[in-house]
Design a protein around this ligand. Sequence first.
Ligand SMILES: NC(=O)c1ccc[n+]([C@@H]2O[C@H](COP(=O)([O-])OP(=O)(O)OC[C@H]3O[C@@H](n4cnc5c(N)ncnc54)[C@H](O)[C@@H]3O)[C@@H](O)[C@H]2O)c1
Ligand SMILES: CC(C)[C@H](C(=O)O)[C@@H](O)C(=O)O
Ligand SMILES: [Mg+2]
Length: 361
Amino acid sequence: MQKKIVLLPGDGIGPAVTEAAASVLQQVADIFSHTFTFQEKQIGGAAIDTFGEPLPADTLQACKEADAILLGAVGGPEWDRQPPHLRPEKGLLQLRKGLGLFANLRPVKTFPSLLSSSPLKQEIVAGSDLLIVRELTGGLYFGTPSERRDEGQTVVDTLHYERNEIERIVETGFQSAMLRNKRLASVDKANVLESSKLWREIVDEKRKDYPEVAVEHMLVDSTAMKLITNPTYFDVIVTENLFGDILSDEASVLTGSLGLLPSASLRADALGLYEPVHGSAPDIAGKDIANPLGAILSAVMLLRYSFGMEKEADAVEAAVNEVLQSGFGTQDMQVKPESIVGTEKMTSLVIEQLMTAKVSS
Ligand SMILES: NC(=O)c1ccc[n+]([C@@H]2O[C@H](COP(=O)([O-])OP(=O)(O)OC[C@H]3O[C@@H](n4cnc5c(N)ncnc54)[C@H](O)[C@@H]3O)[C@@H](O)[C@H]2O)c1
Ligand SMILES: CC(C)[C@H](C(=O)O)[C@@H](O)C(=O)O
Ligand SMILES: [Mg+2]
């Protein structure tokens, strides 16, 4: 199969983890006789430095013409003082909005070999396997007005949702639950927010179409607590943009490292944007120590969701599992000191494992 992939390395550790994931995809193409073409474009701080804007029109256009997009991360202290429209993060938000990628899937699954990596007790995290379905193109992130007034001393952000925006993400939540263990936690703040009240109404309407799914409405504050005291309680969580952002970083603690978490941002057709959940990690950039597995597992989601390549996705996932099973890890994971490897080494271990598995199959 021939497929066009746009690479958006971005800032900080973004380029290193994107390169890692792209080299795994290239290996997949070689092994399974596909042709993947990679086109690299600028976004975030790197784009601001070169083109004066965080999402150049040329980048957006290339993404619109691609079959899938793989992004590293954006942001960093050097751009933190920029006006809001010239922040690296704005480029990512414009890209999600510009492509209409409203459904952000963030799976969180503990690897049995990494149970001791989590700061939480092993008996609590063991068996955790949940999916956060985060609304990605609405809510506080995009509502207007969002501004400073009275010489900056009054501020306003707007939480805005329209019925159809809630309906489509809730639908994604139900469909995801149907493909998993048929349990859906709809997370909101309906004891305070009007947007959450409409959200609940819509969930209650939709649940009639999915009688097999056990639905529970949960408040976001107690969900945050339950996520780390009883994570196996959850199957699918569907929630609005900001709640999903916060809960997904929290949930990364279950796996032992934020560096392990992948994500897919999807819309109704096959185009998707795939990126690790973590940020640009300026504190470790340029040192060959970033964990590339969140990006590599994002490439697994790309193979599955945009290309429908199940056996290819399974092969990469199995290779990652095998490498972790052998005890290897990056410095952010709790592995034996002699088993700590860098970004490039971790990537080559995954690639070698992929090749070995292919030869022996
Ligand atoms: N999708 C994105 O592009 C994205 C996501 C989150 C944050 N950001 C941006 O990244 C910048 C830094 O934000 P932050 O420090 O709050 O969050 P971060 O996710 O970049 O880093 C948080 C901590 O996790 C560590 N970490 C993150 N990814 C890792 C990896 N792959 N391997 C090993 N360790 C890893 C970092 O070293 C740091 O200690 C900010 O500018 C922020 O806006 C971007
Ligand atoms: C960088 C930032 C805009 C982004 C978000 O808040 O969505 C990030 O935290 C994420 O989780 O992808
Ligand atoms: Mg985030």
